[in-house]
Design a binder for this molecule. Sequence first.
Ligand SMILES: Nc1ncnc2c1ncn2[C@@H]1O[C@H](COP(=O)(O)OP(=O)(O)OP(=O)(O)O)[C@@H](O)[C@H]1O
Ligand SMILES: [Mg+2]
Length: 172
Amino acid sequence: MTNSQTVHLIYGATAAGKSTYAKALATEKNAVRFAIDDWMHSLYGQDKPEAMSMEWVMSRVARCQSRIWTTCLQILATGTDVVLELGLLREQVRDRMQAMVEEAGHQASFSFVDADLQVRKQRVLHRNMEKGDTYSFNVTPAMFDAMERYFERPSQAELGRSLVIAEDIKHG
Ligand SMILES: Nc1ncnc2c1ncn2[C@@H]1O[C@H](COP(=O)(O)OP(=O)(O)OP(=O)(O)O)[C@@H](O)[C@H]1O
Ligand SMILES: [Mg+2]
């Protein structure tokens, strides 16, 4: 057995539907899912400073990512795929992630989950109220805007390596 597995890497802007998609994918692939928001909330949620900076958040995201990856290597070695929602907000970060996966002898499979800005704003409001399946914490308009500035949409070249998921499922 070669133990070369697939690392499913999910990225996209706020409330595009990443967690919803990642959960379904993990079930379909019989994979283990890691979501950075869950880790951040449970490890650092109680320590949040009054004025939260991107620097404060990103340094903790990096620590979580590092621990998650160490655990992923063990899971992959057992012959199980992983589904990762690690933020991966910049193309360069996604490039580095791909290199890390390949260096470890596995394949990276990117999914870019997308939805229109207005749809995503509506989804955040709805999720904040409903606190459904994929709710980790309240996303304020300020947080939404900060993430919007920080997130780098994939270039045309990057779209070539990404599956694009952009279906708006109407409920009810
Ligand atoms: N394809 C879809 N069609 C309609 N509604 C959706 C779809 N995908 C997700 N939703 C709903 O939109 C909201 C946001 O979805 P989800 O939490 O999966 O997004 P996310 O990208 O993980 O958000 P975040 O960036 O905050 O982690 C949820 O309430 C979810 O039920
Ligand atoms: Mg999510």
